[in-house]
Write a protein that binds this ligand. Structure first.
Ligand code: ADP
Ligand code: MG
Length: 459
């Protein structure tokens, strides 16, 4: 039994869906599996856009919503013969009526909470999976639609809900006792104990696949996307990037944590726990081997890959009296955590007089104000300087288990950056010695990535 997941780009239009269906058809003759699909490419973004338009302005979300409905109805009409269309067409129409009501509600109250947003976004996966299940059925491949909200139980941290594995695993195992058809499972979504819709994080469909695989003791997870595996760098930024044949779970987690969006970071955990390998494969080049992620790191250079994130800000706290202030770092990190601000990297300052972290720029002004509030007394008394925010930065990370035995990596990294006049604002090394990361100016990002790629892989 395998769990096979196709991402939004793999099912972005009818032509792509044909490619996906032919992969599924070939497999269905040979092996048992369940499917997980994302929303059709771009749909999540458009639902988000509608919700934002509805709550913010007079401008109308109706055009986008109508286009979305038309797009879904057209896919049904292309995939399912006329005589069998009615169930799927009704499903789509009812969902779009609900969406219309929802957006109107958001428009009236001018507010969309995280909880409402999760409900809005869940329509993307519910629509695509229902339609694709019907499309496969029409080709004579027996399927059943599974709304993951019935099986994946989470807490109520809307937007990035935590899975309750005990309950979830039991529900999944019970549901899979009947083996007669191919289950088509909505990625990305779950629900709370009370039945409220949640999502497990943007691009969380990869994670859904891994959750099901672990619960069922599947033999492998396959994640089908639009590139031939995890590559040595983001191929859109480094044209000479190439596929990494083998990665350890930890290496894959580090690479994705620092921005390699080809696989969602949390995906590795459930699979790793059950020792289930994850394969990253290309829908458009199905014969290419792709990447195997398992407990073995395999052969390789001193590093496995380079990843990066843009739209980063540095948050800097320093001051002459900081050494004397009790529990500065505890209060600092506690305040950020309590306000849900995610820290991407903590820089090891040489002195105890400063703390420097990298965060997403969208969180920067909020982070500044909560930290100022927490340290109001220290700032007023001069023990602490004004909180500093440095915008327009990027984080770049080199990742690989071989670095542990090889002291040369950081030298090579900073030499390459220096030679190319890339100024490094902060550095950090993961405690596991699996990564070295640096904060640089966003404008230097592509140059820096290419310089590092050249230094580590092409020389
Ligand atoms: P899907 O829709 O299949 O989930 P995503 O867009 O989430 O696909 O992820 C695939 C994309 O990730 C690729 O098209 C590529 O641009 C990007 N990407 C970023 N870093 C890497 C990397 N190191 N290796 C491969 N792809 C990467
Ligand atoms: Mg993805």
């Amino acid at each position: 039994m395998k769990i096979i997941k196709f991402g939004g780009s793999s099912i972005a239009n009818y032509e792509n869906i044909q490619k996906v269906f032919s992969i599924i058809e070939q497999k269905s003759e040979k092996e048992a599996f369940a499917l997980v699909f994302s929303a059709f490419g771009g749909v999540t973004e458009q639902l988000l856009q509608c919700a934002n338009i509805a709550q913010q302005s007079e401008e109308s979300y109706h055009t986008i919503l109508q286009e979305l409905e038309k797009r879904h109805l057209e896919i049904v009409k292309k995939l399912v013969p006329v005589q069998q269309q009615s169930t799927a067409l009704t499903f789509v129409k009812v969902r779009f009526n609900e969406l219309g009501d929802l957006f109107h509600g958001i428009y009236l109250i001018k507010e969309c909470s995280n909880r409402t947003m999760d409900y809005v976004l869940s329509f993307g996966e519910r629509l695509s999976n229902f339609i694709l299940a019907a499309g496969l059925q029409a080709k004579g491949i027996g399927t059943s639609y599974v709304d993951a909200r019935d099986l994946v139980k989470t807490d109520d941290r809307f937007g990035h809900a935590k899975v309750n594995f005990k309950t979830t695993n039991k529900l999944i195992q019970d549901h899979f006792k009947s083996h007669d058809d191919i289950k088509v499972i909505t990625g990305f979504i779950g629900s709370t104990e009370k039945g409220e819709t949640t999502t497990v994080g943007r691009s969380g469909s990869d994670y859904t696949a891994s959750i099901f695989a672990a619960a069922l003791g599947a033999e492998q997870v396959e994640i089908w996307t639009d590139v031939s595996g995890v590559m040595t760098a983001d191929p859109r930024l480094v044209y000479t990037a190439f596929t990494i044949p083998q990665l350890s779970y930890n290496e894959a987690m580090e690479l994705s944590h620092f921005g390699a969006k080809v696989v969602f970071p949390a995906t590795m955990q459930p699979a790793m726990k059950e020792d289930i390998p994850i394969y990253i494969k290309n829908t458009f080049k199905p014969d290419e081997a792709g990447t195997r992620i398992s407990k073995d790191s395999g052969e390789g250079k001193i590093i496995k890959g380079i990843s990066s994130m843009d739209n980063i800000s540095i948050l800097n706290v320093q001051g002459p009296g900081l050494v004397e202030v009790v529990g500065v770092s505890q209060r600092f990190f506690g305040t950020l955590a309590n306000n849900g601000i995610n820290i991407i990297l903590i820089s090891q300052a040489s002195s105890e007089h400063s703390i420097c972290v990298a965060i997403a720029s969208k969180d920067a002004s909020r982070a500044k104000s909560v930290i100022e509030e927490e340290f109001r007394y220290e700032i007023q008394s001069g023990e602490m300087d004004e909180i500093q925010i440095v915008p327009d930065m990027a984080v770049i990370a080199v990742v690989g288990e071989n670095m542990q035995h090889n002291p040369g990596a950081s030298g090579r990294m900073f030499q390459a950056l220096g030679r190319n006049n890339v100024n490094v604002a902060a550095i950090a090394q993961g405690s596991s010695e699996l990564n070295i990361s640096a904060v640089i100016t966003q404008a230097d990002l592509q140059k820096a990535l290419n310089a590092l790629h050249e230094a580590f892989f092409l020389s």
